[in-house]
Design a protein around this ligand. Structure first.
Ligand code: PMP
Length: 449
C-alpha cells in the first residue's frame, strides 16, 4: 500500500463519493478511516473515536468480530466464488437461506432471494411483486405506493418509491405509476397533528384515499420501512403498520417491509415488522446481515407469494432477475457467522436496553439546547432534528450541522449528518458507558452553536 502522504494528498480527487458533490468533496476531503476495533474507529491522523454511526447502520457487531473474519477467510480458501444461477449452488447460501427462514418465521418468510445489498433487495421485491400479479392473471396491478420521507435505495425502482426529493429530482423521470402518502411524522405533517396515534390513523386514511383514487386493482404493492431511517428516524405509532396491513389485505395489495436498517435487532426487536406483529409479503434485508463485513442482501418471500410462484403453470413464473453475486458464498459464510453472533449476544435485547438509556440522554439534550427541535428514537436508531427557531421549525443550516458534528468528533464521537438531522445508529454491542460518552459528545457539539 502507498504511504499515508499519498492517501492524504490524493483523497477525494479520484473518487466520486455517494450522496456528495464532487467539487465539495475535493475542497473539503473526507476523513480517512484506517482501523476499527470494538466500537471505535481510528482515522489517518491516529485519532480514535466511538463510531455512533455504526459504519452506515450496519456494523452491529463492531469491528472486532473474529468469527466473521474467520468464516470469510475459511470460505475464501475453500471456494471464493461460485454462482447461484440455474444449475449451481453453494453450501453457505443454502445454509443461510435455511437460517433466514427460521429467523423470520414469525414474519411468515419462507424463501430467500439473495442480492448484493439493500438497493438490490428493494429492486427485487418490486419486480417480484409485479411478477406475482402477472402470474395471477392481474397484469394491471403495476403501481406502487410508498411513504413520503421513506428511503429505499438508489436503483430506479427504489428511487421511484423513495420519498425524499434529494434522491429523486436529479434522476427524473422515474418509474411511472408510483404514488406517495404522508408519513406519520409528528414533528412535520400536513395535518398539523402531534398525537402519534391520531396521526397514524390520518396517514392510514390517506393510504385508503389514494387506493380509492388509483383503483385498488391497479396497485401491485405498498412499500414502507417499519421505522423510517434515512428520512430522519421517523417512528410510526405501533398501530400504523397493522393498519396498513389491514388496508392492504382488504385491497389484496402486497406489503413490502423494507427492513434493510431495522432487520437483525436495530430497533430493539429482530425486525421492525415484529415490533407490531405484522406479517409482510416481502422483507428486504441487507446491512447487518454480515455486520457490514461483506456486501450482501436478500429479499425474503412470504408464504402467500411463494405458493403462487411455486404452483405457477403460466408463462410468467420463471424468475428473469438476479445478480452475479446472488448468494455469494463468501458473503453467505460471513452472514452465517454474523447471525450466529448476533443471536448469541442477543443484540435485540441490548439495542432495546441501550436504546432506553439513549432516549433519556436525547430528551435531556432537547431540554437543555433550544437548537434541538425534536428527538426521535427506537432501539438504537435515533435522530436529533436541529432547528434555527423552535417556533417556526426552520431547519438548521449546513454550517451549523458541520460545527456540531466536528465538535463531537473532537470530543471523541463520530456522528452522521443528514440534512438537518444528526443520525445515530451505533453498533448494537455498545455499553451503557458508551451511551454516556455519545451524550457528552453531543452536548459538547450542541454547546458550540
Ligand atoms: N432501504 C433502506 C431502508 C435503507 O436504509 C437503505 C440504505 N441505507 C437501502 C434500502 C439501500 O441499501 P444499499 O445502500 O445497501 O443499497
Amino acid at each position: 500500500m502507498r504511504d499515508i502522504n499519498f492517501l492524504t494528498e490524493t483523497n477525494a480527487k479520484p473518487i466520486w463519493h455517494p450522496m456528495a458533490h464532487p467539487a465539495e468533496m475535493r475542497a473539503n476531503p473526507p476523513k480517512i478511516i484506517m482501523k476499527g476495533q470494538g466500537v471505535t474507529v481510528t482515522d489517518i491522523d491516529g485519532r480514535s473515536v466511538l463510531d455512533a454511526v455504526g459504519g452506515l447502520w450496519n456494523v452491529n457487531l463492531g469491528y472486532s468480530c473474529d468469527p466473521i473474519k474467520k468464516a470469510i477467510a475459511d470460505q475464501l480458501s475453500a471456494l471464493p466464488y461460485y454462482s447461484g444461477f440455474r444449475g449451481t449452488s453453494t453450501g453457505p447460501s443454502i445454509e443461510l437461506a435455511y437460517e433466514l427462514s427460521e429467523w423470520f418465521e414469525p414474519e411468515g418468510m419462507v424463501r430467500t432471494f439473495f442480492t448484493s445489498g439493500g438497493s438490490d433487495s428493494v429492486e427485487t421485491a418490486l419486480r417480484l411483486a409485479r411478477q406475482y400479479w402477472k402470474i395471477r392473471g392481474q397484469g394491471d396491478r403495476t403501481k406502487f405506493l410508498a411513504l413520503k420521507k421513506g428511503y429505499h435505495g438508489t436503483h430506479f425502482g427504489g428511487a421511484s418509491v423513495n420519498g425524499n426529493a434529494n434522491f429523486r429530482r436529479n434522476y427524473e423521470p422515474l418509474l411511472p405509476g408510483v404514488f406517495h402518502i404522508p408519513a406519520p411524522w409528528t414533528f412535520r405533517n400536513p395535518f398539523d397533528e402531534t398525537d402519534p396515534a391520531r396521526l397514524a390513523k390520518l396517514c392510514a386514511k390517506a393510504l385508503e384515499d389514494e387506493i380509492a383514487f388509483q383503483g385498488g386493482d391497479t396497485i401491485a404493492a405498498f412499500i414502507m420501512e417499519p421505522v423510517l431511517g434515512a428520512g430522519g428516524v421517523i417512528v410510526p405509532h405501533e398501530i400504523f403498520m397493522p393498519l396498513v396491513r389491514e388496508i392492504c389485505d382488504h385491497h389484496e395489495i402486497l406489503l413490502i417491509a423494507d427492513e434493510v436498517v431495522t432487520g437483525f435487532g436495530r430497533a430493539g426487536a429482530w425486525s421492525g415488522s415484529r415490533l407490531s406483529g405484522v406479517k409482510p409479503d416481502f422483507m428486504t434485508i441487507a446491512k447487518a446481515i454480515t455486520s457490514g463485513y461483506f456486501p450482501l442482501g436478500a429479499t425474503l418471500i412470504g408464504g402467500k407469494v411463494a405458493e403462487v410462484f411455486e404452483a405457477d403453470k403460466t408463462s410468467f413464473g420463471s424468475i428473469g432477475h438476479g445478480y452475479t453475486y446472488s448468494g455469494h458464498p463468501v458473503g453467505c459464510a460471513a452472514g452465517l457467522a454474523a447471525l450466529a453472533e448476533t443471536k448469541r449476544l442477543r443484540l435485540d435485547e441490548n439495542a432495546a436496553a441501550r436504546g432506553i438509556e439513549l432516549a433519556a440522554v436525547l430528551e435531556g439534550l432537547k431540554a437543555r439546547h433550544a437548537i434541538v427541535g425534536d428527538v426521535r428514537y427506537k432501539g438504537l436508531m435515533a435522530a436529533l432534528e436541529l432547528v434555527s427557531d423552535r417556533a417556526t421549525k426552520k431547519p438548521a443550516d449546513k454550517k451549523t450541522m458541520a460545527v456540531v458534528s466536528e465538535a463531537a468528533y473532537e470530543a471523541g464521537v463520530m456522528l452522521r449528518v443528514s440534512g438537518n438531522n444528526i443520525i445515530l445508529s451505533p453498533p448494537l454491542i455498545i455499553s451503557a458507558a458508551d451511551v454516556v460518552k455519545i451524550g457528552e459528545a453531543l452536548d459538547a457539539g450542541l454547546s458550540k452553536v
